[in-house]
Design a protein around this ligand. Structure first.
Ligand SMILES: N[C@@H](CCC(=O)N[C@@H](CS)C(=O)NCC(=O)O)C(=O)O
Length: 228
């Protein structure tokens, strides 16, 4: 690698969270397109880096890292910024919400997008249940009094993770008319703040996401690869 980091990505996939973090931290990186149209995430070469066959993977000088939250936490710890450090009073709240994004919101979205993988016999009912569940999950986040990162101007690991996850339900997973971000004015404000950051503008350009990728998303038009 000529640069320290190599991001295996597909446009508008969870790799977008990592691209945002790399850009926020000003870190040099190169990208490798995982061609989802060809099931590139299941190729032998990719499985050697990430045996789960999921995007993203970040190659680092310490070896490949998979899992979006793990990569974000590792980058924050290694380079400083994006999260409260180990001894800061805010650390507990930051960890809590990062794990919540990873263990609660992200899996609920996966059930929405891939209901047939989670319940092959009743994918339609899982899809419907997922809409209700995601709405409730975002109700919880929107009401949280200790999720300071939602309201701050500064970049955060959480912001890099959440912003794409507010975009996807408006675009993917069958019917999308159930999802209306304006139900959560605090999240709309968050989306506006994130998408005007230079890192978001650069990421949106790299992946063809348009001018309002998080507050008013539209279908991507990526310069390379396909989002699905
Ligand atoms: N828990 C994983 C989930 C990643 C994930 O869901 N990636 C999606 C793209 S956004 C993927 O690889 N989908 C392809 C598949 O499920 O085969 C993480 O956080 O990295």
């Amino acid at each position: 690698m000529t640069v320290p980091y190599r991001l295996h990505f597909a446009p508008d996939n969870a790799s977008l969270c990592i691209r945002l973090a790399l850009l926020e931290l000003g870190l040099p990186y190169e990208t490798v397109l995982v061609d989802r149209g060809q099931q590139g995430q299941r190729s032998a070469g990719y499985l050697a880096l990430n045996p789960n066959g999921l995007i993203p993977t970040l190659e680092t000088p310490d070896g490949p890292i998979f899992e979006t939250a793990a990569i974000l936490l590792w980058l924050a710890d290694r380079h400083g910024g994006l999260m409260a450090g180990p001894d800061a009073p805010q650390r507990g709240a930051d960890l809590k919400w990062l794990f919540w994004l990873s263990n609660t919101l992200h899996p609920a979205l996966r059930m929405l997008f891939y209901p047939e993988k989670h319940d092959p016999r009743n994918p339609d009912s899982l899809h419907a249940a997922s809409c209700t569940r995601i709405t409730g999950i975002l109700d919880v986040l929107s009401a949280a009094t200790d999720a300071d990162w939602l309201d701050r101007d500064a970049a955060s690991a959480h912001g890099c993770y959440l912003a794409p996850m507010l975009r996807w339900p408006a675009l993917y997973g069958g019917t999308t008319d159930w999802f209306d971000l304006t139900r959560w004015p605090r999240l709309v404000d968050f989306a506006h703040r994130v998408e005007t950051r230079p890192a978001s503008v650069a990421a949106a350009q790299a992946e063809g996401l348009g001018p309002t990728p998080f507050s008013a998303p539209r279908a991507p038009n990526p310069p390379e690869g396909s989002a699905t």
